[in-house]
Write a protein that binds this ligand. Structure first.
Ligand code: URA
Length: 203
């Protein structure tokens, strides 16, 4: 049977720390819980912690986090006011020599970790949720999705929450051509600004 459902962020972190819902806890350094104010009005959901996040125990503190921070600032969103989390709370990787290479979480891991995301949503109750990338969108929508089809306007998740779907910031880090990068970044910014506008409307 599942343990009692936490009703506070502190209780949630304690429960996540001993999570054994899927095997990813075995190789990760630690769980990376979501962080931000309990009454945050925006929930930002990434895929899973990366190498830096796994070491530091905090979401979006590595290279993708720096892209996210810049875009949030440009969109007029103060990161301190946002609850930042991931669809999957442990780092999944493949060891190659000294390097730990990111591996995409599978459907089972996303589904098992959805338990924690649901609890975060129940505690924070944000009027606006932003899905960063396909894994986050899949977790929030409860099905595999095509990002391009869901971008540009808010979509309703099965539980009725309002979700803005956008790309993952690490995608921007992988684009080589400056022109393509600039275009994709502009689209990312536009999606975040849409989230900011929805927040203003919900005020
Ligand atoms: N990528 C994510 O999806 N989440 C993080 O926390 C860091 C990188």
């Amino acid at each position: 049977m599942d343990d009692p459902i936490p009703t506070t962020l502190k209780g949630l972190v304690d429960a996540e720390t001993s999570c054994r819902r899927c095997p990813l806890y075995r190789d990760a350094t630690q769980v990376v819980p979501g962080e931000g104010p309990r009454r945050a009005r925006m929930l930002l959901v990434g895929e899973q912690p990366g190498d830096q996040e796994d070491r530091q125990g905090r979401p979006f503190v590595g290279p993708a986090g720096r892209v996210l921070d810049r875009a949030l600032a440009e969109a007029g969103i103060d990161r301190q006011t946002v609850f930042v989390t991931n669809a999957v709370k442990h780092f999944k990787f493949e060891q190659r020599g000294k390097r730990r290479l990111h591996k995409k979480p599978n459907a089972h891991e996303i589904e098992r970790c959805h338990w924690w995301l649901d609890i975060e949503k129940a505690i924070v109750r944000p009027p606006v949720i932003v899905a960063l990338g396909a894994t986050a969108a899949r977790s929030l929508m409860g099905r595999p999705v095509t990002l391009a089809k869901l971008r540009g306007a808010p979509v309703a998740a099965p539980d009725g929450s309002r979700v803005v779907v956008t790309i993952h910031p690490s995608y921007l880090l992988r684009i080589r051509a400056a022109e393509d990068k600039a275009r994709e970044y502009a689209g990312f910014l536009a999606d975040l600004k849409l989230g900011a506008r929805l927040l203003a409307d919900a005020a």
